[in-house]
Design a protein around this ligand. Structure first.
Ligand code: BDR
Ligand code: CA
Length: 303
């Protein structure tokens, strides 16, 4: 099983990404690090604990970053609801799974103690992974790969040029793209392409308790552009990790715009460059992806 650390800002699609990861046969989730992001850390942390309580999983949780490295925090409460998970109310969990300590240090310990290289999954702003790389530069020797949902090839969803997770902490994203590790990217366009059809939503609704929970939340997403299709961004990064054969991956050199007045936070993906620091998913077999996603939700019900 691949040992995995998840950095996440739940967030409706984050809940879906965590759920499918926690029950994937191929994965051994070692730690979850909720970060500020879609909503404040206070909510993303509680949502993570509540989700684990709902799913009866016991993965340790460590409190992540409270704000981005440099600029003030942004918010996506208008998309995901005030608490980050509109449409569903979990029972409030206690903090038994919460481990004390700084996220970077706790991640470092898990990674250094793992006999196998650990994989990182980042489906929110990348503040905590950046802090990990800065604080413990030798950590890269024990990391296999980094999978992220973030960035855009075309128009952004936070600004014309920037996608939300990268716009949230552009400096952190630049550090991650320059970590020297293989970075696999599920950009905005893949989440759009893999949007759920009504038929797929109906199937999810039928997936017992877990399907019901996700169906209720998905029905409450409000895309900033008013698009009513249900785009499931974060699970696409899990899809690339477990089923790269569903995707077309293209090498690119990615730089994050850190100075632009109108383009701050843009992910500049150069597919023509001779240098490559990332593999970008540019297409997805939507049928295969959806089938896998729905089966994974069913698997979560069966424990
Ligand atoms: C990303 O931003 C967040 O709102 C979602 O959870 C996803 O990670 C999409 O741009
Ligand atoms: Ca997210």
């Amino acid at each position: 099983k691949k040992p995995l650390i998840i950095s996440t800002d739940p967030g409706i699609d984050d809940v879906a990404a965590m759920t499918v990861s926690l029950f994937a046969d191929e994965l051994d989730v070692k730690m979850i690090v909720p970060t500020w992001g879609n909503v404040s850390l206070e909510h993303t942390l509680q949502n993570t604990l509540d989700l684990e309580n709902f799913l009866h999983t016991k993965v340790p949780v460590v409190k992540g970053a409270n704000q981005p490295l440099v600029r003030p925090a942004i918010s996506a409460a208008s998309v995901h609801g005030k608490t980050g998970i509109a449409g569903f109310e979990f029972e409030t969990a206690n903090d038994d799974l919460l481990e004390k300590g700084l996220a970077a240090t706790k991640m470092y310990e898990v990674i250094k103690n793992s006999p196998e290289k650990v994989t990182l999954l980042g489906v929110g702003p990348l503040t905590d992974f950046a802090l990990l790389f800065k604080q413990y530069p030798d950590v890269v020797e024990n990391i296999a790969e980094v999978y992220i949902m973030g960035g855009n090839i075309g128009h952004g969803n936070h600004s014309p040029f920037a996608e939300y997770n990268i716009a949230g902490d552009p400096e952190a994203a630049q550090i991650v793209f320059h970590s020297g590790l293989p970075v696999y990217v599920a950009p905005l366009e893949i989440g759009d392409k893999a949007h759920l059809t009504q038929d797929q939503m109906d199937k999810i609704k039928k997936c017992d308790e877990v399907g019901n929970m996700l169906y209720s939340m998905f029905s409450h997403i409000h895309e900033p552009d008013g698009d009513t299709r249900i785009k499931i961004y974060d699970p696409t990064a899990v899809g690339i990790m477990l089923h790269p054969e569903f995707f077309s991956l293209k090498p690119a050199n990615v730089e994050i715009e850190l100075a632009g007045r109108y383009t701050y936070g843009a992910s500049v993906m150069d597919f023509l460059s001779e240098k490559h620091n990332a593999q970008i998913a540019t297409d997805v077999d939507t049928e295969k992806f959806a089938t896998w996603f729905i089966q994974s939700i069913q698997a979560a019900n069966n424990g």
